[in-house]
Design a protein. Sequence first.
Lengths: 101, 398
Amino acid sequence: MNASIQQQDGTVTAILEGRLDTAAAPETEKELQPLYDLNGQNIVFDCSKLEYISSSGLRIFLGVLKNAKPKGSRVSITGLTPDLKNIFAMTGFNHLFDEVE
Amino acid sequence: MKITAINRNGQATLTICGRMDTSATAQANAEIDSQLAACGKFDTLTCDAAGLEYISSSGLRILLGLAKRFSGFRVTEVCPDVYQVLEMTGFTKIMNVEKAMRRFSVDGCQVIGRGGVGVVYRIDDDTIIKVFREGTTIDEVQTEITMAKESFVLGMPTAISFDIVRVGSQYGLVYELLKADTLTACLKREPQRVDEYARLYASLFRHLHEIKVPKGGNIPSSIEREEEAVRIISRYFDAPSTDLMMRIVQSIPQGDRLLHCDLQTKNAMLQNGELMLIDMGEVGYGHPIIDLGHSYSAMVSLVGDYEQIIGLPQQLANDIWLRMIQYYFEGQSADFIKHRTEQIAVVGCLRNFTWLSLSNSFPDEVIRHCQEIFAERVTKRKDYILSVCDTFKDWTLE
């Protein structure tokens, strides 16, 4: 599992690669810590290289969302594979984010 | 092609099996009419299409005719091939069509747990399946999946639930596999870590009780459920006892917090140093005293075979609960915590009996035992209990 953050034109992109399973979640959460310090910039999770996500992975997304929304950020998710899209739909997570594709 | 119809209390089901092709439709039409006529009067009509293998355009016209004649007409258990035809022709938009549930076999799967509601099997490295006991209705399974989803989205740490499947004649619910042990198993293995576990247990309660449940969702009111439970068990108790229970329930303050309502150590799993919740059947919203009271009724004041139900020696289970409540109210005075514990114990005392509402097949001796304990723990201490109830309103939520 690999997570990195890029900033461009007021949008912060978090790129996730590999399996965000329970074992990888604590490390990934640490790597995404800078997202908690943003002040209203929009956040995009680029999931085009994400292969799997567990509930602990989803809760990282939820944590970022709950922190960023009150500051006025839009939080979107891009590049989901059909399997992952299914997980987002089944958990109801697709309705939480500004855009999920 | 085989067509049958039955009428169950005004809810008629038309079962169509085989291939509904052009050559068969004229006959099918006549057969459907005669079968429905034999059903007498009915309010709703459902077409069970589990055995329907193929449908031609003339078959589609028959469905359309039924949908026009009977409002609320539904087609259920549609196999993937037939569903595709209905979808391509736009039929799924003009009538209520439900896909067949995926069929699933648990042959050769490892059993990882057994409980009151069913058996849990491991499917693969990432998923498990909970197979509900025979007789569980689809609505009960739907409730569980709705609760699990809504609580998860609100931030409750719990496993992701996937789809409902058919396992033989029973329903199954597919869940994410948590790579974890129950807190009960952890405590049993390393009782010397009780204090550390108590701290985690307390922070799980605090985390839940900080979550406010928005109005208008599907999560039920725990206090209403408690009232309903008292009504259900009133058949086992005399009127003064039932009144007393109702007075306890009605003195519980309103609240909007997320509650698990059965948070014993066996329903919490330790994964990567964090506790996750399982068994979401009783999730509700309300005042935290209900949640803490329910856990007290299991871990501390249980009525029944302690070790068998809780899975821990009583002393150890009491110990973790009492340490937990210290951490839950960390920073408060000893007198304050003692006062809160007394309030929780009263709500717990109620749960020791309302628990009888969860099934209607308890043996007479269990009920008799509960009646005896009620006389001793509640009726005899009525004045004390009501005086504690009067103090509930001092527990305000921020």
